[in-house]
Ligand binder design. Structure first.
Ligand code: NI
Ligand code: MN
Length: 228
């Protein structure tokens, strides 16, 4: 398994069997590495309709080689905009693709398309890989107590959490999220892309030790990857 950070909320995930997944496909974000994999991807997952998460999906999902997975309203938008293969789902649902499993979980955030129209609800994903390892990508979210249920039901070993503050959780909220989720590894995201996303990994680590939460913090710079 390999997770590559492309900056902001964008991650490439390669599963044990070699399936390529891109989460929140804003590969042209201001902090993206020079070299990014332009695909084709097997799957692109989208957490919500905001531009910094829809990202470059219209460019990346032009053929039916790539299946996009998103909430119903985002699915309808993408189909109308010429993306050939889009699977819509909704919060609480699980989509099984052989041994690869996508579960759509809640996120506490708004969602609208670039023109301002309603984008459905924002969500997160739990991706369960062939060997049973679960990875939770929270999308954009505030802290909510039901993260405890996500931890209990799906047992994510790896949590990818926003820490940038202002639009999403800040470092203290994200540290509490780790207490609720109990992952082995946490990878911070959605910070430092713009000046307003002020949360830092240092503050996050400080909050974790303040709350007495034991978790391995893996800080990835854009372009770096985590392998297991
Ligand atoms: Ni957002
Ligand atoms: Mn965002």
């Amino acid at each position: 398994m390999e997770l590559v950070f492309y900056g902001h909320s964008c991650f490439k995930l390669v599963s044990e069997s070699g399936k390529k997944i891109l989460i929140d496909p804003w590969i042209s974000n201001p902090v993206a590495p020079k070299s990014v994999d332009m695909g084709p991807y097997d799957y692109i997952l989208i957490t919500h309709a905001h531009g910094d998460h829809l990202g470059d999906v219209l460019k990346l999902a032009r053929t039916s080689v790539t299946e996009v997975v998103a909430i119903h309203e985002v699915q309808q938008f993408l189909l109308k905009n010429g993306v050939p293969k889009v699977t819509g789902m909704n919060i609480g649902g699980t989509y099984k693709l052989g041994e690869l499993v996508f579960t759509m979980v809640p996120a506490f955030h708004s969602s609208s398309f670039p023109d301002g129209s309603y984008g459905g609800d924002a969500c997160g994903f739990v991706i369960t890989l062939e060997d049973g390892t679960a990875i939770y990508h929270a999308g954009d979210t505030g802290l909510f107590y039901d993260m405890k249920l996500i931890g209990e039901l799906y047992g994510p070993k790896i949590a990818i959490l926003p820490i940038g503050d202002h639009y999403v959780m800040g470092p203290r909220e994200a540290a509490k999220a780790c207490e609720l989720l109990s992952p082995e590894v946490v990878i911070p995201m959605h910070y430092g892309t713009f000046p307003i996303l002020t949360g830092t990994v240092e503050e996050f680590k400080k909050a974790l030790s303040e709350f007495g939460v034991k978790v391995e913090v893996v800080e990835l710079k854009p372009g770096e990857s985590y392998k297991k």
